[in-house]
Design a protein around this ligand. Structure first.
Ligand SMILES: Nc1ncnc2c1ncn2[C@@H]1O[C@H](COP(=O)(O)OP(=O)(O)OP(=O)(O)O)[C@@H](O)[C@H]1O
Ligand SMILES: [Mg+2]
Length: 457
């Protein structure tokens, strides 16, 4: 990579010095500005090939300078740097045309790769699409919380697709935040209309058709007046097709037509209507597999899957757990007037070891229950109701499928026999049946492990 002039806009002197040294090691020429004012002044004198821009500066926000820079022709790539976990900022910065985003503390390798990519793309003078839009609002209710690499990547994707009209297909296990993401895309778009969700699985086919496209008076029994469908109501907005995998084949054809031609008719109507509603769809099913066995139209799949956003399950981004808990508890306490503010060490361990098959939604449910049952301000493990066997059908002693639990066979036998006795409520005949051992064999084990029925009840 040939050397480049790099402007570092950063008020933390230690950090900017370290960064300069690192850039010099890479044979670049750094210049440093400690404030927006200094950066503006420097930009009149030099033309950097790249700018590393901090968000929090003594005299304002990096975001403001980013907008100014991007309003110029042939603006250099700007990499935003922030220590604050402000996720709305990531989305907005990407929309305004930031090349990329790095968080402090910075990973050197990540920074080097990002720098190399940015300089490369600038050299190829790829057009950076700059959309300047000033919005002060913040998504508070449905904020996307997290600082894991997966969430950072997600925010960047949202920022880059928000302003376009491209269809988006969001996939992910249930409770991973598909609807939150769909709302965020709409919120950050330039769309003036409404965000309207339609659940494709909730209603029978002909009602769903009328829900989507509307119907004329008298088109079926009970249709006593004209009804507008979601496509008409959303107009210049966004239609969110939830549970897309459940869309019946007949309606798949009609939806395809909307995507291809932007036209449709109300049920029982003859007038052809036009729409420019944007479509965001979501599913927790494997659509590709459904395409393969003919349950989902391939052409529709490709039309909807222009941009695919695959949401990671919570267990793959457990570093976000503390932030999520904090965010959700705040939300729950506000809504239900509860006072659960702390998590005991043991409850935390329990939550951290659990694998959350129902993802963020399950986390929210567990916390809601705990907050309601909580007597003081601290959530203890008993309030969580997380019985591992219930949710995680993992082989014994193997909680996450990778690491074997280092215990003896005796220990496993002890636990298992104990569980079965509890399950059968000490009906020894049934316990023997399940365990496949004789009555004396069971008695021997009860004695060996010191199980005592009277202690249990
Ligand atoms: N990254 C996140 N940050 C904050 N809250 C989140 C996040 N992801 C999900 N949630 C919350 O979790 C709950 C479930 O999210 P959402 O309804 O978007 O999930 P979903 O993928 O549509 O789930 P389902 O498949 O069950 O419909 C919501 O209350 C949402 O606010
Ligand atoms: Mg959903």
């Amino acid at each position: 990579m040939p050397m480049a002039n790099i402007l570092v806009v950063e008020d933390d002197e230690v950090f900017s010095q370290l960064l300069s040294m690192h850039l010099e090691d890479l044979e670049h020429t750094p210049s440093v500005a400690n404030s927006l004012a200094q950066a503006r002044k420097l930009l009149m004198e030099i033309t950097p090939d790249l700018i590393l821009l901090d968000q929090q500066l003594p005299d304002g926000f990096g975001m403001d300078l980013l907008k100014e820079i991007k309003a110029e022709k042939d603006a250099p790539p700007v990499i935003m740097v922030t220590g604050v976990s402000d996720n709305t900022l990531v989305i907005e910065a990407m929309k305004v045309g930031a090349y990329d985003f790095v968080r402090k503390p910075m990973d050197e390798l990540e920074l080097d790769t990002t720098l190399a990519n940015a300089l490369q793309s600038h050299r190829l003078s790829r057009k950076v699409h700059a959309i300047s839009k000033t919005t002060g609002e913040v998504v508070t209710l449905n904020q996307i919380v997290g600082k894991s690499p997966q969430i950072t990547h997600l925010l960047k994707t949202i920022g880059s697709v928000a302003a376009s009209d491209a269809s988006v297909l969001i996939t992910g296990e249930s409770g991973t935040g598909k609807e939150v993401v769909a709302r965020a895309i709409h919120h950050h778009s330039e769309r003036t209309g409404l965000f309207l969700p339609v659940n494709c699985s909730a209603i029978v086919e002909n009602l769903l058709e009328s829900e989507l496209f509307g119907h004329e008076k008298g088109s079926f029994t009970g249709a006593d007046r004209r009804k507008l469908g979601k496509f008409e109501l959303a107009a210049e907005g966004t239609l969110f097709l939830d549970e897309l995998g459940e869309l019946p084949l007949g309606l798949q054809a009609k939806l395809l037509r909307v995507l291809q031609e932007g036209t449709f008719e109300r049920v029982g109507g003859t007038e052809t209507l036009h729409t420019s509603t944007r479509i965001i769809a979501a599913t927790n099913r494997k659509l590709q597999a459904m395409v393969d066995d003919g349950r989902f139209r391939e052409d529709l799949f490709y039309r909807l899957n222009v941009v695919n956003i695959a949401l990671p399950p919570l267990r793959e981004r457990m570093e976000d757990l503390p932030l999520l808990i904090e965010h959700l508890l705040r939300k729950i306490n506000q809504r239900l007037h509860t006072h659960a503010e702390k998590i005991s060490e043991a409850a935390w361990t329990r939550m951290n070891n659990y694998d959350w098959p129902g993802n963020v939604r399950e986390l929210e449910n567990v916390l809601t229950r705990a907050a309601v049952l909580c007597r003081d301000d601290t959530i203890t493990p008993g309030l969580l109701g997380l019985v591992e066997e219930q949710h995680a059908p993992a082989p014994p002693g193997n909680k996450d499928g990778n690491e074997p639990e280092l215990v003896s066979l005796d220990e496993i036998e002890k636990r298992h026999v104990g569980k079965i006795l509890e399950y059968t409520r000490w009906h020894k005949g049934n316990a023997c049946e399940i365990l496949g051992i004789s009555r004396p064999a069971l008695e021997r084990r009860i004695k060996k492990y010191g199980f005592d029925h009277s202690l249990k009840n």
